[in-house]
Design a protein around this ligand. Sequence first.
Ligand SMILES: [Fe+2]
Length: 293
Amino acid sequence: MGETLQSVAGFSVEPLDKSFGAVVRDIELRELDAATFDDLYETWLEYGLLVFPGQHLSTSEQMTFARRFGDLVEELKAVHISNVKPDGSLRDAPDDDMMKIIRGNMFWHQDSTYMPVQAKGAVFSAHVVPKAQGDTAFSDMRDAYDALDDAMKERIADMSAYHSLVYSQRAVGEETKKNDSEYFGYGMDVADVPRRPLVKIHPETGRPALAVGRHAYGIPGLSDTESSELIDELNRFAVADERRIYQHRWSVGDVVLWDNRCLMHRACEWDFSEPRVMLHSRIAGDPESEAAL
Ligand SMILES: [Fe+2]
């Protein structure tokens, strides 16, 4: 951790010892005045990832907080990402579609890139955590882009890739069967597969970020083999340096806010015989800047 900074509005910001991210304390997310929110928004844009320990927000408080950053994705205003069924029993069947999505999301990705408009960000909080593991990892795609050599920057400057959740689930052997499952099928039925640039310019900061992840495939102009080799290479490169990766070990009550326009993330393994209950609120992207090509 770096030196603690005090914001204008009074909360403290402790930068992670990474290329991104900060821990924010001395703030009550359930009662932010306008000036504090403005200051927090600027802090979010700068660090990309903010961690708020011990907030213990209720579902409605989390939605109210997330809603200040933009409209919420209709289907994902407050969803449990969890291996616990509504009746309290554990999802442990290998063919449970919810578990297939959870296992798929253990590979690096950005949220909703497979939708016509990708997500702006998310608020994510811990409600039940396993004794060990079950972390969430984040990677800084601004730093990844900056670290590419000039030849690669030039090579990918005008490239794009298709993004599909059907593709990415199949690629890791976790195809869902949406007709006979409790998974509600978000993202599994996109008629026009979106195509997105490999280099995304952040609409608010202007910083370029590498944009690949597990949903990306089929770069136009390349063969399937060339395309998957390049995407694999970029995905490996993006997470090859510890300084641009942060893995959060959850405590109950923690809240995390991330900028989906410049970070990738992934769920980390845990023992599925233990419950893990997380609450996810997805902030919708601005169609002006987050729409597909
Ligand atoms: Fe995700």
